[in-house]
Design a protein around this ligand. Structure first.
Ligand SMILES: Cc1cc2nc3c(=O)[nH]c(=O)nc-3n(C[C@H](O)[C@H](O)[C@H](O)COP(=O)(O)OP(=O)(O)OC[C@H]3O[C@@H](n4cnc5c(N)ncnc54)[C@H](O)[C@@H]3O)c2cc1C
Length: 474
């Protein structure tokens, strides 16, 4: 291999001698890719097609030892480093231009301890892979709602989904994690071992090290749950959402319902005359007894005149993939997000007004409901702090033709501005784009100073900087 031009931490170029690269290659079980390698394009491609970055070198790690050796190698040569888990993050920090990408996606093992109700998970595992392993024993833990998302990035930012109202965030179910620090050392972080680091990685993203293993607590879920969609015309959305918002407060924590405003996709369960028309979708999951779920969901299903109601018993693993076709990789994505305490009348009106002008059939306004499982943990107990947000809005600007960039991004920004007066001012790091670095302090609120001090302790040179970055305290 010839010498390689590569970016350093400060952005300057340096030349890596071929002997140094060969030595790294010999020391790891995984492999090293450069722009000439066959798998290079596949390895640098991530979920969001707006991100098209070209690392000088990609190390596809097979093990924790590979990660330690690669971090030490990068540290020795002061290289710019990106860390990739599932490659789903919309900001695209999993990949970098000109630097070294540490690709953890080949690390795919999941081991379930069914008696102890825990699971050990490597960082290349996707949510679908994780669910398949745990559901084999009727177990699960809260993760996101799209099966191709990576467990690593999701967990490090907080992580929520259908089980969060009952069981909290993904981080609330994290028992321990193995972390390769900026010094290239592997430490275990838990309540008893490096508890400060354990606090920081529960919401602090990839700022403190590369996680090579997560240990989760599991709960009995399914394997069959009551789940599905209720779809109403957008014209009815004002009444539907007001009813929903009040109704949800009367339901038990097993019951979760998120809502989405969008144009109706051409799916077989929707009457053809509705395809392409503006709708509001209620996405329901009852993670308890199916019969009880039917009783709880009844008033919501009986409200108004839905265009479709496809709620029924289904395997939890199937429900976890139902929204995949609407969130498939390879599209251009630009997101904006706010936290809200309540879905107030004023907010609902603004959402509906913007949904009438939605710029692309793939674009949508999605609202996640969090709830009691999340709020019961103290705000300062983990780095993730905005536990009082009842709803997290994610405006999924999504389209395929680059000529629509300005139109779609403009609409997303307008909606973000228009909803700001109703928002708490907090933010969820996992939904933030590459241009939102200035929002990082508000994403961590009163926990920010403690995080900056922790960053100084574990990563004083800001080696792990390609993330929603916490600057080391001065
Ligand atoms: C379609 C879609 C649906 C989503 N749904 C949900 C949802 O329901 N709930 C929710 O909470 N979030 C959701 N998200 C957001 C998701 O949590 C983030 O995008 C998350 O960062 C994805 O993790 P990843 O490993 O796939 O991403 P990557 O892009 O690989 O990683 C994101 C960042 O995390 C860091 N990182 C990743 N792995 C490691 C590691 N092992 N060690 C250290 N740092 C690491 C790096 O800084 C990296 O840049 C969704 C995202 C998408 C695209």
């Amino acid at each position: 291999m010839p010498d390689l031009h590569i970016k350093t931490l400060t952005g300057s170029d340096t030349s890596l001698k071929s002997e140094a690269i060969d030595k790294l290659k010999e020391s790891i079980r995984g492999n090293v890719l450069t722009p000439e390698s066959e798998q290079y394009d596949e390895a640098r491609t991530i979920w969001n097609a707006m991100i098209d970055k070209r690392p000088a070198m990609i190390v596809r790690c097979a093990s924790a030892a590979d990660v330690m050796r690669t971090v030490r190698f990068a540290g020795e040569h002061k290289l710019l480093v990106a860390v990739r888990g599932g490659g789903h993050n919309v900001a695209g920090n999993a990949v970098c231009d000109g630097g070294l990408m540490i690709d953890l996606s080949p690390m795919k093992s999941v081991r379930v301890d069914r008696k102890g109700m825990t699971a050990r998970v490597e960082p290349g595992v996707t949510l679908g892979e994780f669910d398949r392993e745990t559901q084999a024993f009727g177990l699960a833990t809260p993760v996101g709602i799209n099966s191709t998302t990576g467990i690593a990035g999701l967990t490090l930012g907080g992580g929520f989904g259908w089980l969060s109202r009952k069981y909290g965030l993904s981080i609330d179910n994290l028992i321990s994690a193995d972390v390769v620090t900026a010094a290239g050392e592997l430490v275990t972080a838990s309540e008893t071992d490096h508890p400060d680091l354990f606090w920081g990685i529960r919401g602090g993203g990839g700022n403190f090290g590369a996680v090579t293993s997560f240990e989760f607590r599991l709960h009995k879920v399914g394997p069959e749950v009551l789940a599905g969609l209720i779809i109403h015309p957008l014209d009815a959305a004002g009444d539907v959402l007001r009813f929903y918002r009040d109704f949800i407060k009367t339901t038990p924590q097993e019951f979760v319902c998120w809502f989405v405003l969008r144009l109706a996709p051409p799916l077989p369960f929707l009457p053809a005359e509705w395809h392409g028309k503006a709708i509001v979708v209620l996405a329901v999951c009852y993670a308890g007894n199916v019969k009880e779920g039917e009783r709880v969901a009844k008033p919501l299903r009986s409200f108004g005149k839905p265009v479709a109601d496809i709620i029924g018993p289904m395997p939890f693993t199937a429900w976890q993939t139902v929204l995949d076709p609407l969130l498939a990789p390879g599209m251009r994505n630009y997101w904006k997000s706010h936290d809200f305490k309540e879905a107030s009348d004023g907010l609902i009106d603004v959402l509906i007004a913007h949904a009438r002008r939605i710029p692309d059939p793939q674009t949508e306004i999605a609202f996640a409901l969090l709830g009691e499982g999340v709020t019961k943990v103290a705000k300062e107990a983990t780095a993730y702090t905005h536990r009082d947000a009842g709803f997290v809005m994610n405006v999924h600007g999504r389209w395929d033709n680059p000529s629509n960039d300005a139109k779609c991004m403009g609409w997303v920004r307008e909606l973000f501005q228009a909803t700001a007066p109703f928002a708490t001012g907090g933010a969820y790091v996992n939904f933030m784009t590459q241009e939102e670095q200035e929002r990082v302090p508000s994403a961590y609120g009163s926990n920010y100073d403690r995080l900056a001090a922790l960053k100084k302790k574990y990563d004083p040179d800001n080696f792990f900087r390609l993330n929603q970055n916490i600057q080391p305290a001065k």
